[in-house]
Design a protein around this ligand. Structure first.
Ligand code: NAD
Length: 686
């Protein structure tokens, strides 16, 4: 467990600013404004500011064409951005991101100026790719309030941001900057202040290795690109990627890293020559499949060597390095997952021969792991204790924190440790990134159904139920911190907590009956205890998604607060103590017709379409949705909800479990679960 200083409560981020309205700055400002923040965008003169605003308009316009935004959203987003060439306009901002040219003198001047005009408590951040955050911080009189926020192109679309602490950065300021990234829907990873931070540090050697293989005649560009696409599950190979982002960027970054870390990182002569030619790489010819394995292995060895070295140096963790690769570079697997896939022994051998070529020491992280013979294990649940509050954060942001066996085991261990720790007075359950928890890992279910091992699913569910019951019966208050999406098992996780505190961006839904199953972690029991039978059926049977305010209105959660008030609202909830008994809240007037309808009509009637929705649009929509769900799942879920309020929680949970074999053995469960994300399922009622 790690100890953090807690943030001053209720300290909102209201006004943000970006300096430099170029490719990165305009995209960062766009993202901030899209997420509801007021942003000031600064550049050298009005013409450059106007160009930045035009870039934003164009990107948003493309988003409208692709159906990502409505035309009216664009107007509102643009209204939140004010362009200026006057630094004096930044007097009231809470945080500024500097994104000017990558020139240390220009950046230093900008930081000095920001230090003069910004409030003393404002956080100053740099988006530098290659300079030291500590060095830039030294240009100010507030180095403790300077952080690195390294976004990736295109910053409104690529979710990753490396949050970098300088040597004297105040932990409270760091945490605030981190929290802002979550509020922006980003996936932050923590990097030490070291050249190239995490991702560029292993990505550049990967590009270099591609160029060297070309130079050595191992393979031509088309072969290397195709081999890389297959090995890393990416859309573009290294040469195509360099052509898109600009060959000179790769050359310059390699040159900077080479200066800091030595010859392996340096730009190969061929990359320099290509940059000087001003031409893109020629990618032509038929890929030679005979060379794919060697090319894939050499690329992997280069990236994995550096990844392990980064952990040795304390620049990043195993988890953050892999998240960086998956989210920032869109690799199918991060370097550590790749090493596990190769097998730890083979990885060691491949990386040892790479290290020997460059006369580099073997990373201890890898040697230690290889000695165990075991794969790398990932910390999927972080436990942070601050001021007596243990926050357990599920850390699979790019899988929307989905629950699998490993997450469950680690959550069990972290929860029981916190519950038994006398220094802990309250426990918070949270997700990382932009979602809370998007349910259980569907692939896990499919694997067991196909292997005929439904018993394993039942064991997993039983363990999950027991853990959630432990939340509920914990003598210390347990609070769900709901930001972003909570689906299925995620809603159930939250419902087992004593109090649910959410941001306006929270959204809840039970998608289970649409994928052939029913909620099995207490959803059929705890939902009616919160909202009554009728509304519980509405939510579980129709899978209707509800936003935070609607969930609050019907009693599915307890408080909705702006993101920056989340921590203080949680502290208040913990101070108020656990809520141990709960009876359904009276149904609000506006929801009475829905509750009555579902109280009156059984599943068969709903499926036959004979239930009269009396012109209520919400009901008509619900009935239509129910028509596309799996009938067996609907019947079981409905029956379980019917019984919930007449039995104890433990008996209700046992009832939920008792139908598990039955439901997972249906064709519809297999159809629903395996169709997810591919095609609409076709249910047969068997
Ligand atoms: N391009 C990328 O892929 C990428 C990725 C991550 C980080 N970065 C970093 O982001 C920063 C910006 O990169 P970019 O690609 O957007 O550059 P860019 O050249 O597109 O934009 C830089 C902008 O800064 C403005 N500017 C320069 N000096 C200024 C000053 N004193 N005051 C106000 N504005 C000033 C310029 O007029 C220009 O509009 C760099 O530090 C770069 O290393 C870039």
């Amino acid at each position: 467990m790690t100890l953090h200083t807690r943030l001053p409560p209720d300290h909102p981020f209201e006004r943000l600013a970006v300096v430099g309205a170029g490719n990165m700055g305009s995209g960062i400002a766009q993202k901030m404004a899209s997420e509801g923040f007021t942003v000031t965008l600064v550049d050298l003169d009005d013409e450059k500011v106007a160009r930045g605003l035009r870039i934003i308009e164009k990107t948003l316009g493309d988003g409208v064409q692709r159906g990502i935004f409505g035309a009216s959203d664009v107007g509102a987003i643009l209204q939140r951005i004010t362009g200026t060439s006057r630094f004096e306009d930044l007097g009231d901002v809470d945080l500024v991101v500097e994104a000017v040219f990558e020139d240390i003198d220009v950046k230093r001047r900008v930081f000095r100026r920001l230090d003069e005009v910004c409030r003393p408590d404002a956080i100053l951040a740099t988006n530098t790719s290659s300079f030291s955050v500590t060095e830039l911080a030294a240009a100010t009189t507030r180095p403790e309030r300077v952080v690195g926020l390294h976004y990736f192109y295109h910053p409104a679309k690529n979710g990753l941001v490396e949050v970098v602490s300088g040597t004297v950065t105040d932990p409270g300021a760091y945490r605030r900057a981190w929290r802002l990234q979550e509020a922006l829907g980003k996936t932050p990873i923590a990097s030490r202040d070291s050249y190239g931070f995490i991702v560029n540090r292993f990505f550049l050697p990967w590009l270099n290795e591609a160029v060297r293989m070309l130079d050595e005649g191992v393979a031509h560009t088309a072969t290397i690109d195709e081999a890389a696409k297959q090995a890393f599950g990416i859309g573009m190979g290294p040469f195509e990627l360099m052509n898109v982002t600009g060959v000179p960027i790769a050359f310059h970054t390699a040159t900077t890293l080479g200066r800091a870390f030595g010859p392996m990182y340096e730009s190969p002569a061929l990359l320099r020559a290509q940059t000087e030619s001003g031409q893109p790489w020629q990618i032509a010819g038929t890929p030679d499949a005979g060379q794919f394995a060697i090319v894939g292995d050499r690329l992997a060895a280069a990236a994995c060597y550096v990844a392990a070295a980064l952990v040795d140096e304390g620049v990043g963790t195993v988890e953050d390095t892999d998240i960086g690769a998956r989210v920032g570079l869109r690799w199918r697997r991060g370097p550590f997952e790749l090493m596990n896939q190769y097998g730890i022994g083979r990885s060691r051998d491949m990386i040892a021969s790479f290290a020997a070529r460059w006369n580099l020491p073997m990373p201890a992280t890898l040697e230690d792991q290889a000695r165990t013979g075991q794969p790398f294990r990932f910390r999927l649940v972080r436990s942070d204790i601050a001021e007596g509050i243990a926050t357990l954060t599920i850390n699979r942001p790019d899988a929307m924190n989905a629950l699998n066996e490993e997450v469950l085991s680690q959550l069990e261990a972290a929860f029981h440790a916190a519950a038994g720790n006398p220094a802990v007075k309250g426990i918070v359950i949270a997700g990382s990134g932009k979602a809370f928890v998007a349910g259980a890992d569907i692939r896990y279910f499919v694997r067991h159904i196909e292997a005929g091992t439904i018993g394993a699913i039942a064991d997993f569910t039983r363990r999950g139920q027991a853990l959630l019951r432990a939340f509920e019966t914990c003598p210390k208050p347990v609070v769900a911190r709901l930001h972003g999406l909570a689906l299925g098992g995620g809603v159930e996780l939250a419902l087992a907590c004593h109090v649910i505190v959410a941001t306006p961006k929270a959204a809840l839904a039970f998608p289970e009956t649409g994928i052939g199953i029913y909620p099995g972690l207490g959803g059929t029991q705890r939902t009616p205890r919160r909202v009554g039978r009728g509304l519980a059926k509405w939510l579980v049977l129709s899978g209707q998604s509800i936003g935070a305010e609607e969930a609050l209105a019907i009693g599915m959660l307890d408080r909705v607060v702006p993101y920056e008030r989340l921590d203080s609202a949680i502290t208040d909830a913990i101070a108020a103590g656990p809520v141990n008994t709960r009876s359904p809240r009276p149904v609000p007037e506006a929801y009475r017709p829905i509750a009555d309808f579902f109280d009156r009509h059984g599943v068969d009637e709903l499926l036959r379409g004979t239930a009269e929705s009396a012109g209520d649009v919400r009901l008509a929509k619900a009935v239509k949705r129910i028509g596309s769900k799996a009938p067996v799942a609907l019947r079981i879920a409905s029956e379980l909800i019917d019984r919930a309020l007449d039995v104890s929680v433990d008996d209700g949970l046992a009832l939920e479990l008792s139908h598990l074999h039955e439901i997972f053995a249906t064709n519809d469960a297999h159809e629903g679960l395996s169709s997810l994300g591919r095609k609409p399922p076709v249910f047969t009622g068997r």
